[in-house]
Write a protein that binds this ligand. Sequence first.
Ligand code: ADP
Ligand code: F6P
Length: 324
Amino acid sequence: MVMRVAVLTSGGDAPGMNAAIRAIVRGGVEKGWEMFGVRQGYAGLIAGNCRPMGARDAGEIMQRGGTVLGSARCPEFQTEEGRVKAVRALSQDRIDALVVIGGNGSQSGAEKLSLLGFPVVGVASTIDNDLFGSDITIGVDTALNIALEAIDRLKVTASSHQRALLVEVMGRNCGYLALMSGIAGGAEAIVIPEVETNPEEVAREIRSAYERGKPHAIVVVAEGARYNAEGLAGFFKEHSERLGFAVRTTVIGHVQRGGTPTYADRMLATRLGIAAIEELAAGRHGVLVGIRKSDIAATPLAEVVAGKKPLDTALLRLAGILAK
Ligand code: ADP
Ligand code: F6P
């Protein structure tokens, strides 16, 4: 049977999404299926913004960051009414199955669509790496490398001025990006939402770094931490005389999402894109394709939505040893 399969990207864009689109479109074409791209995520799905995509339409996109299909945050899709509209639009276009490339929120939406009886396969993609069902998600490697480049550069100027610097990285409520970029970037302290951190402790870490003869103190802070960069900077400013140092703050922000996808992200996205097609070809859906212990794994969307991916906070100890 000739399947008609649509693909969309949803939520925060992640470097590598285009490589996943390419793999899905070309993987489907190879099966003899008709492939379609939906613009602007779930908003485009509701609006019926679904267009045919052939192998050539997926050309020269793998090396580009962002998503050629566009993405969106779509509150309407969070309502049953919105999702029913989306299924109606898919039926009008005679689409048999949908592939959703996105993170936690997008896969929650995919699960709800699947509960309405529409065949959906999710592809694990978010820079936050907070998605249950995949050890690593599309975009994480590139985002980490961008954060590292920023940290390396900031360390240079911090050392020249013997300064303390707060560097805030993205991650929503998850400390993965901060923890990993902090370790690989050689931070003196790391602040993540998963571990309660007192600003006095951070101040002690900074002072102790100077006492050990370091010319700088870099603190990597997750945006979702109770004390994010702004909160910590406010505390340090208020107590600057007593603490004896002043800090400068850099929020890397969306710069982290905009990069050229690394080899690791292109490869991961390519493998997961093809895996999504293979799931559909085998008649399976209602699952997320991700990577577990280096192998492709399909996890039921219900488990993905209910599950919580743990962060290995023991790595903070490692960071402490390495900062000595
Ligand atoms: P990400 O997928 O990167 O985590 P969001 O959390 O913004 O990004 O989710 C992307 C979109 O997925 C939302 O704008 C919304 O349309 C849809 N979505 C998120 N959560 C749900 C939910 N619980 N039920 C249905 N749809 C959802
Ligand atoms: O989920 C990806 C992410 O970049 C988070 O790290 C961040 O909190 C959020 O999206 C930012 O969202 P927006 O692009 O809508 O400002």
